[in-house]
Design a protein around this ligand. Structure first.
Ligand code: FAD
Ligand code: SIN
Length: 542
């Protein structure tokens, strides 16, 4: 069946829903999500949203903190755009009903996280994401121009390729006409035609064995765009969060927010020693790539499977009041965080790379935007500063909306798009073939493409993955299309790109650390030296 919309939005996280809300007054919008509206990385965010909101903080400081975390390859234009537009988008979130905590003076109760030189994280207790997700869902549901399609899985974006043309990476003016979408309830593939399409499919955490991401984060948008010959970038930079709750078997791993270290939490090894100062003078509040690598080193040195976060010296009542979700979750596992150390270990958390977009969130494919975690704007460079992603997602959704509204009325649907072709697919494969392959990808990525990499490990990962790729493509060609087989393909595709980009980077930078090239290449970006000079001259906060 063919459905026609002015705007097709793939993804119901902060990026997708905020884009939808900003274009819906001008046209009909369809929002797709592959499970329910609530299940998105956005829902799980704990720490909060970074923005300069108090008079003693400055844009320049937020810019510099972001550039330093990005380790020399952020795009400074993008950093300035996000930092300077952030307060306006915070106002927008408030208008949509998001409630950020305030202190007794009625000012925002700001937290500080690793790599930030000031208290600038707006939050709602320790469940900021849930507050944002719920408020946006409520607002979207009330909008008469927005139709929601949950349990709808986007399989491929539609381009000239589906009209029989040969499309290559070098083909000029590739265009997106919408997407083929599987209705999971009926198993029917619909053709969604759109004048403009927004990809907001979120992260890739599930290419790894241990991740803080919910199961929906399988890199679908990135893979769809890559298969459609769109550009991706910075695919080697996977951020591991240093402190996921160590509770083997949990998937996703429950996050212990970085804000807890801002609150005074101390990282200790099994002997109770505070070990971070050995690795970095900033201690437990060093940027998260440094902390994750230090924990990894400490665990390898001691042979332990986790380290510990200690907040037992803090006022128990404040801990319970400020971190209720974490308190109750840990208590359910028999850990009273006001008295016991919290066992933690790093887990794949955030993807800095993704679909390459410009300052208007345009991808390299015409009529196709990308925003949020699936996109790569240049904000994060080689490492994301804590709490910079929710704000990036909403700033870029806004940019895309403004750009799309200027153009969409001059566009029309492409009526020549054929329906989904499932010729020759009769097989309903045993599920075990899919689930087992997925586990194998997870292990390959965890063991060979994790926090510390090497040429040998990457080569081994590539060779193992190639076999899985061939098996899965052949399975896909023969099988009746299903969410599971599509996700496996996307996981393999994304993992392949991470490995290829990691192999190409012959240096260690930000989140990409390899024992074969432990140093940074000479060509540090200008921003690095400029930024460091400013800090040394005391022009920005240290
Ligand atoms: P998501 O919110 O992940 O939404 C993706 C959507 O795409 C989902 O609706 C999904 O169903 C849909 N989708 C995916 N594939 C398909 C498909 N094929 N077909 C149809 N629909 C599809 N960032 C911060 O700035 N501050 C924080 O404090 C913070 N804490 C975090 C804590 C945790 C535990 C995690 C996991 C992340 C955290 N992050 C934080 C990162 C941040 O939450 C994400 O980067 C951000 O929410 C991504 O939003 P998004 O809109 O791009 O994608
Ligand atoms: C956290 O709360 O530690 C996560 C913050 C983030 O991922 O930005």
């Amino acid at each position: 069946m063919v459905k026609k919309y002015d705007f097709l939005v793939i993804g119901s996280g902060i990026a997708g829903m905020s884009f939808a809300l900003k274009v819906a007054h001008k046209g009909k919008v369809a929002i797709l999500c592959k499970t329910c509206m609530e299940e998105a990385n956005t829902h799980y965010a704990q720490g909060g949203v970074a923005s300069v909101t108090k008079p003693t903080d400055h844009f320049e400081d937020h810019v510099v903190d972001t550039l330093i975390a990005g380790d020399g390859i952020c795009d400074e234009k993008v950093v300035r755009k996000v930092v300077e537009e952030a307060p306006g988008q915070i106002k927008q979130l408030l208008e949509w009903g998001v409630d950020f905590d305030k202190n007794e003076k009625g000012e925002f109760d700001l937290h500080k996280e690793g790599g930030h030189s000031d208290f600038r994280i707006l939050h709602h207790k320790d469940n900021t994401g849930e507050e944002i997700q719920d408020s946006l869902i409520e607002t979207v549901k009330k909008h008469p121009n927005i139709d929601i399609f949950d349990q709808h899985f986007a399989i491929e974006i539609i381009t000239q390729h589906h009209l029989g043309q040969l499309v290559k990476h070098t083909t000029p003016n590739i265009e997106c006409y919408g997407a083929y979408v599987l209705d999971i309830r009926t198993n029917h593939v619909h053709t969604f035609l759109a004048k403009m399409t927004m990809i907001a499919t979120g992260g890739i955490g599930n290419i790894y064995q241990t991740t803080t991401n919910p199961p929906v984060a399988t890199g679908d948008g990135i893979s769809m765009v890559y298969r459609a010959k769109g550009l991706v970038q910075d695919m080697e930079f996977v951020q591991f969060h240093p402190t996921a709750l160590y509770h083997p078997g949990d998937r996703p791993s429950f996050l212990i927010t970085e804000a807890m270290r801002g609150y005074g939490g101390i990282l200790r090894n099994k002997k109770g020693e505070a070990f971070m100062e050995k690795y970095d003078p900033r201690g437990s509040l060093a940027p998260r790539d440094v902390v994750a690598r230090s924990i990894d080193k400490e665990m390898k040195k001691t042979g332990d499977e986790c380290v510990f976060l200690d907040v037992t010296h803090k006022d128990p009542e404040v801990t319970k009041r400020e971190y209720p979700t974490i308190y109750h979750k840990c208590l359910s596992y028999g850990i009273d965080i006001t008295k016991d150390y919290i066992p933690v270990a790093p887990a794949a958390h955030y993807f800095c790379g993704g679909i390459k977009v410009d300052l208007n969130a345009r991808t390299s494919i015409n009529r196709l935007y990308a925003a949020g975690e699936c996109s790569c704007t240049g904000l994060h460079g080689a490492n994301r500063l804590a709490s910079n992603s929710l704000i990036e997602a909403i700033v870029y959704a806004d940019a895309a909306a403004k750009d799309a509204l200027k153009q969409f009325s001059s566009l029309d649907w492409n009526e020549n798009v054929p329906e989904w072709n499932d010729e020759g697919t009769s097989l309903n494969e045993e599920m075990v073939l899919i689930t087992q392959s997925e586990k194998e990808v997870n292990q390959i990525m965890q063991n060979y493409v994790g926090i510390v990499r090497s040429n040998l490990r990457l080569k081994r990962a590539f060779d193992r993955l190639e076999l899985l790729y061939k098996e899965t493509e052949s399975l896909f060609q023969r099988s009746v299309v299903s969410k599971e087989i599509c996700e496996l393909r996307n996981i393999i595709n994304t993992a392949y790109l991470v490995i290829k980009y990691a192999q190409a980077r012959k240096e260690s930078r930000g989140l990409h650390y390899t024992i074969d090239y432990p140093e940074k290449n000479e060509h540090m970006s200008l921003y690095d030296t400029e930024v460091l000079k400013k800090r040394q001259e005391g022009k920005v906060k240290a």
